[in-house]
Design a protein. Structure first.
Length: 495
Protein backbone atom coordinates (compact mmCIF):
# COMPACT_ATOMS: atom_id res chain seq x y z
CA UNK A 1 0.00 0.00 0.00
CA UNK A 2 0.98 3.60 -0.51
CA UNK A 3 0.27 5.66 2.60
CA UNK A 4 0.66 9.39 3.13
CA UNK A 5 1.04 10.06 6.87
CA UNK A 6 0.20 13.69 7.67
CA UNK A 7 1.15 15.25 10.98
CA UNK A 8 2.07 18.67 12.35
CA UNK A 9 5.12 17.29 14.24
CA UNK A 10 7.50 14.33 14.08
CA UNK A 11 10.38 13.31 16.33
CA UNK A 12 13.32 13.97 16.06
CA UNK A 13 12.67 16.93 13.72
CA UNK A 14 10.13 18.83 15.80
CA UNK A 15 8.25 17.89 18.96
CA UNK A 16 5.80 19.43 21.40
CA UNK A 17 4.38 16.17 22.78
CA UNK A 18 3.48 12.55 22.17
CA UNK A 19 2.13 13.18 18.64
CA UNK A 20 5.74 13.70 17.54
CA UNK A 21 6.82 10.42 19.13
CA UNK A 22 4.06 8.59 17.27
CA UNK A 23 4.72 10.31 13.93
CA UNK A 24 8.43 9.59 14.24
CA UNK A 25 8.06 5.89 15.02
CA UNK A 26 4.78 4.42 13.71
CA UNK A 27 5.66 5.11 10.04
CA UNK A 28 9.01 3.34 10.55
CA UNK A 29 7.17 0.29 11.92
CA UNK A 30 4.76 0.32 8.96
CA UNK A 31 7.64 0.64 6.50
CA UNK A 32 9.06 -2.43 8.26
CA UNK A 33 5.88 -4.26 7.24
CA UNK A 34 6.79 -3.46 3.62
CA UNK A 35 4.37 -0.66 2.83
CA UNK A 36 5.40 2.57 1.12
CA UNK A 37 4.56 5.08 3.83
CA UNK A 38 5.66 8.72 3.51
CA UNK A 39 5.41 11.41 6.16
CA UNK A 40 4.37 14.99 5.41
CA UNK A 41 4.91 17.84 7.92
CA UNK A 42 5.31 21.64 7.72
CA UNK A 43 8.81 22.98 7.05
CA UNK A 44 9.19 24.90 10.32
CA UNK A 45 12.35 27.01 10.65
CA UNK A 46 13.65 24.63 13.32
CA UNK A 47 13.49 21.76 10.82
CA UNK A 48 15.07 23.66 7.92
CA UNK A 49 17.97 24.58 10.22
CA UNK A 50 18.80 20.94 10.97
CA UNK A 51 17.40 18.78 8.17
CA UNK A 52 19.93 17.38 5.78
CA UNK A 53 19.93 16.35 2.14
CA UNK A 54 16.64 17.90 1.15
CA UNK A 55 15.73 18.13 -2.51
CA UNK A 56 13.05 20.13 -4.22
CA UNK A 57 10.26 17.73 -5.21
CA UNK A 58 7.55 20.11 -6.44
CA UNK A 59 6.11 23.61 -6.56
CA UNK A 60 2.43 23.96 -5.69
CA UNK A 61 0.11 26.80 -6.60
CA UNK A 62 -2.45 26.66 -3.83
CA UNK A 63 -5.72 28.53 -3.59
CA UNK A 64 -5.48 31.51 -1.27
CA UNK A 65 -1.66 31.40 -1.11
CA UNK A 66 0.17 34.18 -2.90
CA UNK A 67 3.60 32.59 -3.32
CA UNK A 68 4.15 29.08 -4.67
CA UNK A 69 4.62 26.50 -1.93
CA UNK A 70 7.63 24.22 -2.23
CA UNK A 71 7.53 20.52 -1.39
CA UNK A 72 10.94 19.43 -0.17
CA UNK A 73 11.79 15.79 -0.01
CA UNK A 74 14.17 13.92 2.28
CA UNK A 75 14.24 11.13 4.88
CA UNK A 76 12.98 11.08 8.45
CA UNK A 77 16.18 10.77 10.53
CA UNK A 78 16.78 7.41 12.20
CA UNK A 79 15.28 5.28 9.43
CA UNK A 80 14.37 5.09 5.82
CA UNK A 81 10.95 6.69 5.82
CA UNK A 82 10.51 9.24 3.06
CA UNK A 83 9.68 12.75 4.22
CA UNK A 84 7.89 15.64 2.51
CA UNK A 85 8.16 19.13 3.98
CA UNK A 86 5.58 21.79 3.11
CA UNK A 87 7.71 24.87 2.70
CA UNK A 88 5.64 28.03 2.80
CA UNK A 89 7.99 30.58 4.44
CA UNK A 90 5.34 33.17 5.40
CA UNK A 91 3.55 30.45 7.37
CA UNK A 92 6.24 28.23 8.82
CA UNK A 93 9.65 29.89 8.59
CA UNK A 94 9.53 31.93 11.79
CA UNK A 95 11.11 31.90 15.25
CA UNK A 96 8.92 30.24 17.91
CA UNK A 97 7.09 26.95 18.37
CA UNK A 98 4.86 25.05 15.94
CA UNK A 99 1.56 26.37 17.33
CA UNK A 100 2.62 29.25 19.53
CA UNK A 101 5.07 32.09 19.85
CA UNK A 102 8.15 31.47 22.00
CA UNK A 103 6.21 32.83 24.96
CA UNK A 104 3.29 30.46 24.43
CA UNK A 105 0.53 32.56 22.80
CA UNK A 106 -1.13 30.79 19.86
CA UNK A 107 -0.08 32.19 16.47
CA UNK A 108 -2.86 34.51 15.30
CA UNK A 109 -2.76 33.00 11.82
CA UNK A 110 -2.94 29.33 12.89
CA UNK A 111 -6.12 28.75 10.88
CA UNK A 112 -4.44 30.05 7.73
CA UNK A 113 -1.19 28.17 8.42
CA UNK A 114 -2.88 24.80 8.79
CA UNK A 115 -5.30 25.41 5.92
CA UNK A 116 -2.23 25.84 3.72
CA UNK A 117 -0.79 22.65 5.20
CA UNK A 118 -4.05 20.78 4.46
CA UNK A 119 -4.22 22.13 0.91
CA UNK A 120 -0.66 20.89 0.30
CA UNK A 121 -1.45 17.43 1.72
CA UNK A 122 -4.54 17.30 -0.49
CA UNK A 123 -2.51 18.26 -3.57
CA UNK A 124 -0.07 15.41 -2.97
CA UNK A 125 -2.88 13.01 -2.16
CA UNK A 126 -4.70 13.61 -5.45
CA UNK A 127 -1.49 13.64 -7.44
CA UNK A 128 -1.61 17.33 -8.28
CA UNK A 129 2.01 17.83 -7.29
CA UNK A 130 3.51 16.04 -10.25
CA UNK A 131 5.26 13.45 -8.07
CA UNK A 132 5.35 10.00 -9.60
CA UNK A 133 3.62 8.64 -6.50
CA UNK A 134 0.10 8.66 -5.15
CA UNK A 135 -1.19 7.30 -1.85
CA UNK A 136 -4.00 4.76 -1.59
CA UNK A 137 -4.83 6.23 1.80
CA UNK A 138 -4.07 9.44 3.69
CA UNK A 139 -3.55 9.01 7.43
CA UNK A 140 -4.40 12.34 9.11
CA UNK A 141 -3.52 13.16 12.71
CA UNK A 142 -5.23 15.72 14.95
CA UNK A 143 -6.97 18.98 14.06
CA UNK A 144 -4.09 20.46 12.08
CA UNK A 145 -4.90 17.95 9.31
CA UNK A 146 -8.69 18.00 9.82
CA UNK A 147 -9.57 19.72 6.54
CA UNK A 148 -7.94 17.01 4.42
CA UNK A 149 -10.78 14.45 4.67
CA UNK A 150 -13.31 17.14 3.62
CA UNK A 151 -11.16 18.21 0.70
CA UNK A 152 -10.78 14.55 -0.35
CA UNK A 153 -14.55 13.99 -0.17
CA UNK A 154 -14.99 16.81 -2.64
CA UNK A 155 -12.53 15.37 -5.14
CA UNK A 156 -13.47 12.52 -7.45
CA UNK A 157 -11.33 9.37 -7.42
CA UNK A 158 -9.51 10.56 -4.32
CA UNK A 159 -7.69 8.15 -1.99
CA UNK A 160 -9.27 6.89 1.23
CA UNK A 161 -8.70 8.69 4.51
CA UNK A 162 -8.28 7.78 8.15
CA UNK A 163 -8.21 10.31 10.98
CA UNK A 164 -6.50 9.66 14.31
CA UNK A 165 -7.60 11.57 17.39
CA UNK A 166 -4.59 12.07 19.66
CA UNK A 167 -6.39 14.53 21.88
CA UNK A 168 -10.03 15.56 21.47
CA UNK A 169 -9.54 18.58 23.72
CA UNK A 170 -7.58 20.36 20.96
CA UNK A 171 -10.08 21.03 18.18
CA UNK A 172 -8.77 23.91 16.10
CA UNK A 173 -11.71 26.30 16.68
CA UNK A 174 -11.84 29.69 14.93
CA UNK A 175 -14.44 32.42 14.47
CA UNK A 176 -16.65 33.22 11.48
CA UNK A 177 -14.44 36.05 10.30
CA UNK A 178 -11.45 33.77 10.19
CA UNK A 179 -13.48 31.16 8.33
CA UNK A 180 -14.43 33.75 5.72
CA UNK A 181 -10.84 34.83 5.29
CA UNK A 182 -9.79 31.24 4.46
CA UNK A 183 -11.85 31.24 1.24
CA UNK A 184 -13.21 27.76 1.85
CA UNK A 185 -16.56 26.66 0.37
CA UNK A 186 -19.43 28.49 2.12
CA UNK A 187 -21.36 25.29 2.75
CA UNK A 188 -18.62 24.07 5.08
CA UNK A 189 -20.12 26.47 7.65
CA UNK A 190 -22.96 24.14 8.56
CA UNK A 191 -23.79 21.99 11.55
CA UNK A 192 -23.50 18.91 9.29
CA UNK A 193 -20.04 20.04 8.26
CA UNK A 194 -17.51 22.12 10.16
CA UNK A 195 -19.57 24.56 12.18
CA UNK A 196 -19.49 23.83 15.90
CA UNK A 197 -21.31 26.12 18.36
CA UNK A 198 -20.82 29.12 16.10
CA UNK A 199 -17.15 28.35 15.52
CA UNK A 200 -15.27 26.82 12.61
CA UNK A 201 -13.93 23.45 13.75
CA UNK A 202 -10.97 21.83 12.01
CA UNK A 203 -11.34 18.58 13.92
CA UNK A 204 -14.94 18.09 12.73
CA UNK A 205 -13.54 17.79 9.22
CA UNK A 206 -11.76 14.63 10.28
CA UNK A 207 -14.50 13.34 12.56
CA UNK A 208 -17.29 13.61 9.97
CA UNK A 209 -15.58 13.09 6.64
CA UNK A 210 -12.75 10.58 7.16
CA UNK A 211 -13.57 7.05 6.03
CA UNK A 212 -12.48 5.76 9.41
CA UNK A 213 -11.53 7.15 12.82
CA UNK A 214 -9.02 5.85 15.28
CA UNK A 215 -7.83 7.02 18.63
CA UNK A 216 -4.78 6.06 20.59
CA UNK A 217 -6.15 3.60 23.15
CA UNK A 218 -9.21 1.32 23.36
CA UNK A 219 -10.39 2.88 26.64
CA UNK A 220 -10.21 6.44 25.26
CA UNK A 221 -12.20 5.25 22.21
CA UNK A 222 -15.06 4.36 24.58
CA UNK A 223 -14.58 7.41 26.81
CA UNK A 224 -14.89 9.97 24.00
CA UNK A 225 -18.39 8.72 23.26
CA UNK A 226 -19.49 9.96 26.72
CA UNK A 227 -20.25 13.53 27.87
CA UNK A 228 -17.44 13.38 30.45
CA UNK A 229 -14.70 12.99 27.83
CA UNK A 230 -16.39 13.88 24.53
CA UNK A 231 -15.78 17.66 24.69
CA UNK A 232 -19.24 18.20 23.17
CA UNK A 233 -18.49 15.87 20.25
CA UNK A 234 -19.74 12.69 21.98
CA UNK A 235 -22.98 12.65 19.96
CA UNK A 236 -21.15 12.74 16.67
CA UNK A 237 -18.60 10.16 17.84
CA UNK A 238 -21.35 7.84 19.07
CA UNK A 239 -22.94 8.05 15.61
CA UNK A 240 -19.61 7.03 14.10
CA UNK A 241 -18.81 4.38 16.70
CA UNK A 242 -18.94 1.59 14.11
CA UNK A 243 -16.04 3.29 12.30
CA UNK A 244 -14.00 4.18 15.38
CA UNK A 245 -11.17 1.96 16.59
CA UNK A 246 -8.86 2.39 19.58
CA UNK A 247 -5.32 1.30 18.75
CA UNK A 248 -2.80 1.63 21.54
CA UNK A 249 0.31 3.67 20.79
CA UNK A 250 3.62 1.87 20.80
CA UNK A 251 6.93 2.89 22.31
CA UNK A 252 10.08 3.36 20.30
CA UNK A 253 12.53 1.19 22.21
CA UNK A 254 15.40 2.34 19.99
CA UNK A 255 14.98 5.71 21.72
CA UNK A 256 13.63 4.63 25.13
CA UNK A 257 15.77 1.74 26.33
CA UNK A 258 17.91 2.08 29.48
CA UNK A 259 20.27 -0.62 28.17
CA UNK A 260 21.31 1.53 25.21
CA UNK A 261 20.40 5.04 26.27
CA UNK A 262 23.38 7.31 25.62
CA UNK A 263 21.69 10.24 27.39
CA UNK A 264 21.92 8.58 30.81
CA UNK A 265 25.11 8.38 32.91
CA UNK A 266 25.07 4.60 33.35
CA UNK A 267 23.15 2.17 31.14
CA UNK A 268 21.31 -0.71 32.79
CA UNK A 269 18.86 -3.48 32.06
CA UNK A 270 17.07 -6.22 33.99
CA UNK A 271 20.31 -8.04 34.70
CA UNK A 272 22.24 -4.94 35.77
CA UNK A 273 19.51 -3.10 37.62
CA UNK A 274 21.95 -2.13 40.38
CA UNK A 275 23.24 0.57 37.97
CA UNK A 276 19.94 2.41 38.31
CA UNK A 277 21.22 3.66 41.69
CA UNK A 278 23.99 5.59 39.93
CA UNK A 279 21.42 7.30 37.76
CA UNK A 280 19.46 8.17 40.88
CA UNK A 281 22.55 9.74 42.40
CA UNK A 282 23.11 11.75 39.21
CA UNK A 283 19.56 13.05 39.35
CA UNK A 284 19.71 13.96 43.03
CA UNK A 285 22.97 15.83 42.43
CA UNK A 286 21.61 17.58 39.35
CA UNK A 287 18.63 18.91 41.32
CA UNK A 288 20.72 19.63 44.45
CA UNK A 289 18.67 17.17 46.49
CA UNK A 290 20.27 15.21 49.36
CA UNK A 291 21.96 12.16 47.81
CA UNK A 292 20.36 9.21 49.52
CA UNK A 293 19.35 5.98 47.85
CA UNK A 294 16.89 5.12 50.62
CA UNK A 295 14.70 8.17 49.95
CA UNK A 296 11.91 7.46 47.42
CA UNK A 297 12.36 9.72 44.41
CA UNK A 298 9.14 10.64 42.56
CA UNK A 299 9.03 12.33 39.19
CA UNK A 300 6.77 14.11 36.72
CA UNK A 301 7.72 14.75 33.09
CA UNK A 302 4.87 16.57 31.45
CA UNK A 303 3.30 19.44 29.66
CA UNK A 304 2.11 21.49 32.63
CA UNK A 305 -1.55 21.77 31.70
CA UNK A 306 -4.85 21.00 33.42
CA UNK A 307 -5.18 17.68 31.54
CA UNK A 308 -2.20 16.23 33.37
CA UNK A 309 -3.64 16.61 36.89
CA UNK A 310 -0.81 18.86 38.07
CA UNK A 311 -3.24 20.44 40.59
CA UNK A 312 -3.57 17.09 42.33
CA UNK A 313 0.20 16.84 42.59
CA UNK A 314 0.41 20.34 44.08
CA UNK A 315 -2.15 19.28 46.68
CA UNK A 316 -0.21 16.24 47.85
CA UNK A 317 3.18 18.01 48.04
CA UNK A 318 2.99 18.73 51.81
CA UNK A 319 2.31 15.04 52.48
CA UNK A 320 5.18 13.95 50.21
CA UNK A 321 7.50 16.26 52.11
CA UNK A 322 6.22 14.88 55.45
CA UNK A 323 7.06 11.38 54.25
CA UNK A 324 10.61 12.60 53.53
CA UNK A 325 10.18 11.77 49.82
CA UNK A 326 11.76 13.68 46.95
CA UNK A 327 10.10 14.95 43.77
CA UNK A 328 11.67 16.06 40.50
CA UNK A 329 9.49 17.86 37.95
CA UNK A 330 10.46 18.48 34.33
CA UNK A 331 7.86 20.41 32.41
CA UNK A 332 6.55 23.59 30.91
CA UNK A 333 3.20 25.07 30.04
CA UNK A 334 0.65 26.98 32.08
CA UNK A 335 2.42 29.89 33.82
CA UNK A 336 0.35 29.55 37.02
CA UNK A 337 1.20 25.89 37.37
CA UNK A 338 4.86 26.66 36.63
CA UNK A 339 4.88 29.36 39.32
CA UNK A 340 3.15 27.15 41.90
CA UNK A 341 5.68 24.37 41.38
CA UNK A 342 8.58 26.81 41.52
CA UNK A 343 7.28 28.23 44.80
CA UNK A 344 6.96 24.74 46.27
CA UNK A 345 10.52 23.96 45.26
CA UNK A 346 11.78 27.23 46.78
CA UNK A 347 9.97 26.35 50.03
CA UNK A 348 11.30 22.77 50.14
CA UNK A 349 14.61 22.72 48.24
CA UNK A 350 15.64 19.53 50.03
CA UNK A 351 12.61 17.70 48.70
CA UNK A 352 11.48 19.25 45.43
CA UNK A 353 13.60 19.91 42.35
CA UNK A 354 12.08 21.61 39.32
CA UNK A 355 13.22 22.29 35.78
CA UNK A 356 10.86 24.51 33.82
CA UNK A 357 11.44 23.99 30.12
CA UNK A 358 11.60 21.34 27.49
CA UNK A 359 14.72 19.19 27.69
CA UNK A 360 14.89 15.91 25.81
CA UNK A 361 18.15 14.70 27.36
CA UNK A 362 17.05 15.52 30.88
CA UNK A 363 13.81 13.60 30.27
CA UNK A 364 15.91 10.45 29.75
CA UNK A 365 18.03 11.10 32.85
CA UNK A 366 14.90 11.64 34.94
CA UNK A 367 13.31 8.40 33.69
CA UNK A 368 16.49 6.53 34.55
CA UNK A 369 17.09 8.08 37.98
CA UNK A 370 13.63 8.18 39.53
CA UNK A 371 11.86 5.43 41.50
CA UNK A 372 8.24 6.38 40.90
CA UNK A 373 6.54 8.17 37.98
CA UNK A 374 3.41 10.23 38.69
CA UNK A 375 0.76 10.66 35.98
CA UNK A 376 -2.57 11.56 37.61
CA UNK A 377 -4.15 12.82 34.35
CA UNK A 378 -7.78 13.94 34.33
CA UNK A 379 -7.95 12.33 30.89
CA UNK A 380 -5.20 10.70 28.84
CA UNK A 381 -5.78 9.53 25.26
CA UNK A 382 -2.78 7.22 25.51
CA UNK A 383 0.18 8.69 27.37
CA UNK A 384 3.68 7.59 26.51
CA UNK A 385 5.75 8.46 29.53
CA UNK A 386 4.15 5.79 31.73
CA UNK A 387 5.12 3.26 29.04
CA UNK A 388 8.71 4.56 28.93
CA UNK A 389 8.77 4.50 32.75
CA UNK A 390 7.93 0.80 32.78
CA UNK A 391 11.00 0.05 30.66
CA UNK A 392 13.21 2.16 32.96
CA UNK A 393 12.00 0.35 36.12
CA UNK A 394 10.39 3.60 37.29
CA UNK A 395 7.10 2.42 38.73
CA UNK A 396 4.07 4.43 37.48
CA UNK A 397 1.31 5.78 39.72
CA UNK A 398 -1.52 6.70 37.34
CA UNK A 399 -5.16 7.64 37.25
CA UNK A 400 -7.22 4.83 35.70
CA UNK A 401 -8.29 6.61 32.51
CA UNK A 402 -7.66 6.30 28.76
CA UNK A 403 -4.35 4.75 27.80
CA UNK A 404 -3.17 4.78 31.41
CA UNK A 405 -5.88 2.22 32.21
CA UNK A 406 -4.81 0.13 29.21
CA UNK A 407 -1.10 0.01 30.03
CA UNK A 408 -0.66 -0.15 33.81
CA UNK A 409 -1.77 -3.07 36.01
CA UNK A 410 -2.61 -2.02 39.56
CA UNK A 411 -0.79 -3.73 42.42
CA UNK A 412 -3.18 -5.87 44.49
CA UNK A 413 -2.63 -9.11 46.42
CA UNK A 414 -3.93 -10.96 43.32
CA UNK A 415 -1.75 -9.17 40.73
CA UNK A 416 1.27 -9.55 42.99
CA UNK A 417 0.57 -13.25 43.33
CA UNK A 418 0.19 -13.80 39.58
CA UNK A 419 3.10 -11.44 38.84
CA UNK A 420 1.16 -9.05 36.61
CA UNK A 421 1.38 -5.92 38.82
CA UNK A 422 3.26 -3.07 37.13
CA UNK A 423 2.16 0.07 39.01
CA UNK A 424 -0.48 1.77 41.12
CA UNK A 425 -3.83 3.05 39.82
CA UNK A 426 -6.54 5.20 41.34
CA UNK A 427 -9.93 6.17 40.01
CA UNK A 428 -11.37 9.38 41.50
CA UNK A 429 -9.79 12.59 40.16
CA UNK A 430 -9.01 13.84 43.67
CA UNK A 431 -5.91 14.50 45.71
CA UNK A 432 -7.18 12.04 48.35
CA UNK A 433 -7.39 9.24 45.81
CA UNK A 434 -3.96 10.10 44.38
CA UNK A 435 -2.50 10.17 47.86
CA UNK A 436 -3.88 6.76 48.76
CA UNK A 437 -2.25 5.29 45.61
CA UNK A 438 1.01 7.04 46.53
CA UNK A 439 0.79 5.62 50.06
CA UNK A 440 0.32 2.14 48.64
CA UNK A 441 3.34 2.68 46.39
CA UNK A 442 5.42 3.86 49.36
CA UNK A 443 4.40 0.83 51.43
CA UNK A 444 5.63 -1.49 48.66
CA UNK A 445 8.74 0.59 48.07
CA UNK A 446 9.74 -0.24 51.65
CA UNK A 447 9.40 -3.97 50.93
CA UNK A 448 12.38 -4.61 48.63
CA UNK A 449 11.12 -7.98 47.40
CA UNK A 450 7.73 -6.88 46.21
CA UNK A 451 9.19 -3.63 44.79
CA UNK A 452 11.79 -5.58 42.82
CA UNK A 453 9.04 -7.81 41.45
CA UNK A 454 6.90 -4.84 40.32
CA UNK A 455 9.92 -3.24 38.62
CA UNK A 456 10.85 -6.53 37.00
CA UNK A 457 7.36 -7.15 35.61
CA UNK A 458 7.20 -3.57 34.29
CA UNK A 459 10.56 -3.81 32.56
CA UNK A 460 9.48 -6.99 30.79
CA UNK A 461 6.36 -5.42 29.24
CA UNK A 462 6.51 -5.09 25.48
CA UNK A 463 4.68 -2.06 24.12
CA UNK A 464 6.70 -1.92 20.91
CA UNK A 465 4.91 -0.83 17.75
CA UNK A 466 4.80 -4.29 16.19
CA UNK A 467 1.26 -5.25 17.14
CA UNK A 468 -0.26 -1.78 16.73
CA UNK A 469 1.44 -1.21 13.37
CA UNK A 470 -0.05 -4.49 12.19
CA UNK A 471 -3.48 -3.32 13.37
CA UNK A 472 -3.12 -0.08 11.37
CA UNK A 473 -2.11 -2.03 8.27
CA UNK A 474 -5.14 -4.32 8.58
CA UNK A 475 -7.37 -1.28 8.99
CA UNK A 476 -5.82 0.53 5.99
CA UNK A 477 -6.43 -2.57 3.84
CA UNK A 478 -10.08 -2.73 4.88
CA UNK A 479 -10.70 0.99 4.47
CA UNK A 480 -9.08 1.16 1.03
CA UNK A 481 -11.23 -1.76 -0.15
CA UNK A 482 -14.42 -0.22 1.29
CA UNK A 483 -13.56 3.18 -0.14
CA UNK A 484 -13.03 1.75 -3.62
CA UNK A 485 -16.22 -0.28 -3.37
CA UNK A 486 -18.10 2.85 -2.27
CA UNK A 487 -16.73 4.77 -5.24
CA UNK A 488 -17.78 2.01 -7.64
CA UNK A 489 -21.27 2.03 -6.15
CA UNK A 490 -21.47 5.81 -6.41
CA UNK A 491 -20.37 5.86 -10.06
CA UNK A 492 -22.96 3.16 -10.86
CA UNK A 493 -25.67 5.29 -9.29
CA UNK A 494 -24.56 8.32 -11.31
CA UNK A 495 -24.64 6.32 -14.56
P1 LIG B 1 1.23 14.52 25.58
O1 LIG B 1 1.40 14.21 24.16
O2 LIG B 1 -0.18 14.72 26.02
O3 LIG B 1 2.10 15.65 26.04
P2 LIG B 1 2.51 11.92 26.06
O4 LIG B 1 2.77 11.18 27.33
O5 LIG B 1 1.86 11.16 24.98
O6 LIG B 1 1.69 13.23 26.44
O7 LIG B 1 3.87 12.42 25.44
C1 LIG B 1 4.69 13.37 26.01
C2 LIG B 1 6.05 13.33 25.35
O8 LIG B 1 6.67 14.59 25.53
C3 LIG B 1 6.97 12.30 25.96
O9 LIG B 1 7.89 11.85 25.00
C4 LIG B 1 7.69 13.13 27.04
O10 LIG B 1 8.93 12.59 27.37
C5 LIG B 1 7.83 14.46 26.35
N1 LIG B 1 7.90 15.61 27.24
C6 LIG B 1 6.87 16.25 27.87
N2 LIG B 1 7.32 17.32 28.56
C7 LIG B 1 8.67 17.35 28.38
C8 LIG B 1 9.71 18.22 28.82
N3 LIG B 1 9.46 19.26 29.59
N4 LIG B 1 10.96 17.96 28.41
C9 LIG B 1 11.23 16.90 27.63
N5 LIG B 1 10.30 16.05 27.18
C10 LIG B 1 9.03 16.26 27.54
C1 LIG C 1 -1.75 13.39 22.80
C2 LIG C 1 -2.26 12.81 24.10
C3 LIG C 1 -1.41 11.69 24.64
C4 LIG C 1 -0.97 10.73 23.54
C5 LIG C 1 -0.29 11.52 22.43
C6 LIG C 1 0.18 10.63 21.29
O1 LIG C 1 -0.89 14.44 22.97
O2 LIG C 1 -2.45 13.81 25.09
O3 LIG C 1 -2.14 10.97 25.62
O4 LIG C 1 -0.08 9.76 24.06
O5 LIG C 1 -1.19 12.45 21.90
O6 LIG C 1 -0.86 9.90 20.73
Amino acid sequence: MNILFASSEAHPLIKTGGLADVSGSLPRAILGLHHDIRVIIPAYREILKHAQQLTLAAYLDLEGVRLPVRILSGRLPGGNVKLYLVDSPPHFDRAGKPYTTSSGSPWLDNAERFTVFCRAIHALAVNDAGLDWQPDIVHCNDWQTGLVPVMLRETSAAPASIFTIHNLAYQGLFDWKTFQSLKLPDDWWSIDALEFHDKFSFIKGGLIFADWLTTVSPTYADEICTPEFGCGLEGLLTLRKQSLTGILNGADYTVWNPGRDLHIPVQYNLRSLFHKIENKRDLQEHFALPVDNAVPLFTVISRLVEQKGIDLILEILPDLVKQNAQLVVLGSGDSQLEAALQQASARHPEHIGIHIGYDEVLAHRVEAGADIFLMPSLFEPCGLNQIYSLRYGTVPVVRRTGGLADTIVDTTPETLADKTATGFCFHQASATALWSAVERALAHYRKPDSWAQIMDTGMRQDFSWKRSAQQYVELYTRIIAQHKYGQILESNVIQ
